[in-house]
Design a protein. Sequence first.
Lengths: 101, 791
Amino acid sequence: MTIEFKESEKELYVGLTGRLDTAAAAEVSGEFERIAKSADRTIVLDCTNLEYISSSGLRLFLTLRKEASAKGGKVIVRKINDSIRNVFTMTGFYSLFEMED
Amino acid sequence: MDWRKYINRIDIRRSLTRKICFWTLLIAAAIFAMVFGVGAWFATQKMLKEGHQKANLELDKSILYIEKELDLIEASAQNVAFQFPKDYLPSKEIIVYMCRRYLECNPNVQGIAFAFEPECYPDVKGGYSPYLMRSGDSLRYTMLSEKYNYYDREWYAETKRQAKPRWSNPFHEVHGSVICSYCVPLYNAQGKLLGVLAVDMGLKGLTEKIEKIRPYPSSQLTVMDRNLVFIVHPNRDYILRESAMSLVEKSKGMYVPNESVMVKMKHKERGFDSFYYKDREKYLYYSPIHQSEWTVALECDADEIKADMKTIKGEMWFNTAIGLLIMLIVIGLLMRSLLRPLWRFSAAAKKIALGNFDVSLPEVKDRNELWHLRRSMNYMQEHLKQYVGELTHTMEEKGKIESELRIAHGIQMAMLPKIFPPYPERTDMHIYGTLISAKDVGGDLYDFFIRDEKLFFCIGDVSGKGIPASLVMAVTRSLLRMVAAKEDHAVGIVQALNESMADMNSENMFVTMFVGVLNLKTGEVEYCNAGHNAPYILGAEGVRPLEVEPNLPVAIEPNMTYRSQHTYLKKGESIFLYTDGLTEAENKAHELFGEERLKQELERVKETLPDEQLKSLLDSVHRHADGAEQSDDLTMLSIQYLGEGQKPSHEVVRHALTLSNNIRQVPLLGTFVDDIAREAGVSEEGTTQLNLAMEEAVVNVMNYAYPEGVVGKINLTALYDGNDLTFCIVDHGKPFDPTQAEDIDTTKPLEERGIGGLGIFLVRQLMDELTYERKNGENRLTLVKHLTSKG
């Protein structure tokens, strides 16, 4: 699991590559806390290269979404694959995030 | 025992005594011979010298005798001549009277003659010459002029010419006997020659006298006149007929005194010469008689002179031989007495060799070689005693260890099923197993038991040999029984064994195993191989090796995922398991029994009962080994299925995995799920969903089953039976039933959504069945996915 950051005034671009399973989620939770500090802006989570997500990954996304909501920012989830879209649909996350193709 | 021959008394005596005697005698004989040779040479020289002296002495004796005879005649003749009147001529009667008177006074004279010049007694024709000579006891008178003209004769003419007394050449007197005359010229007062007085010396008498001079038996003395004509010679025919020169002429080289000898003789010198006559060495001693100008020669046989030397030589040889014989006896006795202590040492050494180290050694007083030998033997005794003591101690220790090993072997063998047939009441299968240890304790094992109409069986081979291997074997066997009591699947048993043993494997030992579970109802064999030789399936259709996954042996890698396999045994088919001690059985030429031979043997016994199969195989292994010691255990197990099994339409696939409660191990789960999903033919999308569901379920267990900081195991099995894919998650943590969790409401707005509960929710969404069971202190969570489309 690798994370790529691109920061500008208005938005923070976060590129996610690989599998975000339970083990990976534990590894990158620190990174997500850092991202949460920029929650007053627009955060773009680019999921073009994200292959897989588990509930731990979903929880990281949800925590970030709640932080943004509190600070007045927003979270855009960009380009998820079909299986992740299925999970998002199943869990109702699809309606919680601003989805972008 | 061969060494006894080497210390045999007779051999020692022979070699040493014989050698010393032989060499001593040889050297002594050589020295003797040398001394003898030199001595003999000197002695011969001495003897020769003495021989010469003796011969010369005899020669001188004969010369002296002849000279004495000559002197007597000379003196008497000169006396007569002196008394003969110088101023007148005596009458004939007086002259005859003088002659008669002279002969009467000189018995050694043969005869006497007065020969006058013609003018002295003119009345006698041819000159007055009365000659009176002895004839027997009487005297015989002869007038010489009546017989011959004496004026021409040598004795008269030469005396007249030389005008001094002299000895004539020997000649035959008128009556035939050989004489030599001393001739004295007679003068009157005016110095006119009147005639010659001749006094005869008979050579016969001289010859008889000097012939007796004979220093050696065959030596001969000869006398020669001034012309070297023989006067005295053992051969009478030679006298006055032969001379030394004529004999040399006649003998044509046989009688060869040197020419110079003749010259020397003629010159009247004394001398010696040696020559060979008829292959005999002769010595010739000669010397002149000056007054008569004769030569006396003594001829001796050299061998006779040296004869004494030969006798002496013979005596010396005899004495030497006696001396050497005495020496031989003395040395022999000496050696025997010297070697006597050696016998005692030899006897002592024998006793030491037989283990009597305290035997007393013979006493040696002198500090000689034997004294050193005794010291060395003493030293040897002490060290042997010490060494054997240590050895005995070591052997006792070894004996103890061996006895313990035997006990260990007994315990080990007791762990294995030994009573065959083990299930005499069963008709649906036969089983037979055998284990032959190479060493007292080995690392092979086999086991079987029946539970729930399933035959659990196993064969294994621990790496290494001896006690370490046997300990690991015992542990394996114990764990196997423990694990198999709860676990239904071969793969689960292997998995559990691997975890337990890999954890406590400090010595990096491992076990190759084959575990199988035969369903006695169906003939299905579920099996898991851990690096062991593939078993063979035997039956009417032939012999074929069972397909096995190689997998790693047990106790190497704790996180190893073992793959389960399965097959079906038809009625009458056997599964034959073995360890490499069978295929690697060696004969004395180090040729292996080998896989090919095994296959041939199995082909022969493929339809027989298991006990016959194994006994037949053991026979052929023994034949092959032919008494060679085996380095590895030999274990075989054969199970024949005789039930009416039914093969289901689809094969069952089983996998197992064990994880600890650490989320870092989650990626291992991914591979595990991917493998079973691929074998069950699940789509990529479906596989992702199965992955997600299993991850959520397992992470849930990881998070809740064990307290924080406690390490626990989570055992996973996956089974695909052709319809359903069933996952089973087992842990020994606190009771926790995730099925009781309430579903989350996915329609709630963001602010009301809780952060938890997502995992179980996803599992429920993704799987078709989710059941929880708490049994024997275990949490068993079963997840089922129906894969066949039901409408």
